[in-house]
Structure formats: structure tokens, C-alpha cells
Ligand binder design. Structure first.
Ligand code: CU
Length: 145
């Protein structure tokens, strides 16, 4: 037998196994879901507070999320949500838009990705490292069971 034929056959076998795994064997929990619904959310980097508002965001798994993110500060911030490949600079006094589909359920941290200093808010020290929040992606499958 020709070695190229063997390589080709192996390649096809690997792809076939991958397809079978994704279609039939991958646990439902790990399968990407798309609901076709759009969730619009607004996140504000509060002026001189080193804080995102809100810090907890709930969406349904499969939702397309359209986030409007406002930076009230006179200096830059950033927003990063590693789980969904998001990392964007938020220029001073501006608004950016970020879009992604929440394909996986779970709790995913988001945080400021641009060093933005520190200060005092109501007698408490706040800094860049306090600019963290959580995206909670609920499963719509388990809710219906
Ligand atoms: Cu920062």
C-alpha cells in the first residue's frame, strides 16, 4: 500500500472521530449553545472610584451580548474578559462597544487591563487591581429540567 494512501486514510479517520465526538459524545454541558437572543448590557467605569458598575453581570448561555462600556475617568482603562477573548482599551471619557456570544456556562472574571493607578475613595484605598467583576453565564438547559 502506498504511504500517501495510509496518511490520507488516517487523516480522514481522525476527522471522522472528531465529528462523531462533537455530535454524539461531547457532554451537553460543554457544547456551544446559541439562543439567537441579544442581551444589551452597560458597564461603567465609575469616575475616580476604580470600580466597574455593575460588578456582577448575569446572562443566559447562548446569548449574544452587546456591551456598552463607559469610561467616566480622565484616564484610560481597559476591559478584559479572557474566557471570551476580549481585551480592549477604554480611552479616557469615552464609550466603547464589545460584542460576544456567551457560549459556555460558568463564572468568568473580567478586569481592567490597563494600569490606571490608585486613589482614595471614602477613606478607602482603591486601585487598578480592584477593578474586577464577574460574568455569570447561566445554563438555560438545566433551568428547564
Ligand atoms: Cu486599571
Amino acid at each position: 500500500m502506498n504511504k500517501y494512501f495510509i496518511l490520507l486514510a488516517l487523516g480522514i479517520l481522525i476527522i471522522a472521530v472528531g465529528i462523531v465526538y462533537r455530535l454524539f459524545l461531547l457532554p451537553q454541558k460543554s457544547q456551544p449553545v446559541v439562543t439567537g437572543k441579544t442581551r444589551e448590557i452597560t458597564i461603567i467605569a465609575k469616575k475616580d472610584e476604580w470600580r466597574f458598575e455593575p460588578e456582577i453581570i448575569d446572562v443566559n448561555r447562548g446569548d449574544k451580548v452587546l456591551a456598552t462600556i463607559v469610561n467616566e475617568d480622565d484616564y484610560d482603562h481597559g476591559i478584559a474578559l479572557d474566557a471570551f477573548g476580549i481585551s480592549q482599551r477604554m480611552p479616557a471619557n469615552s464609550t466603547i462597544k464589545v460584542e460576544f456570544t456567551a457560549t459556555q456556562e460558568g463564572e468568568f472574571p473580567f478586569y481592567c487591563s490597563v494600569p490606571c493607578g490608585e486613589g482614595e475613595v471614602d477613606g478607602h484605598k482603591r486601585s487598578h487591581f480592584d477593578m474586577v467583576g464577574k460574568l455569570h453565564v447561566r445554563s438555560i438547559i438545566s433551568e428547564t429540567r
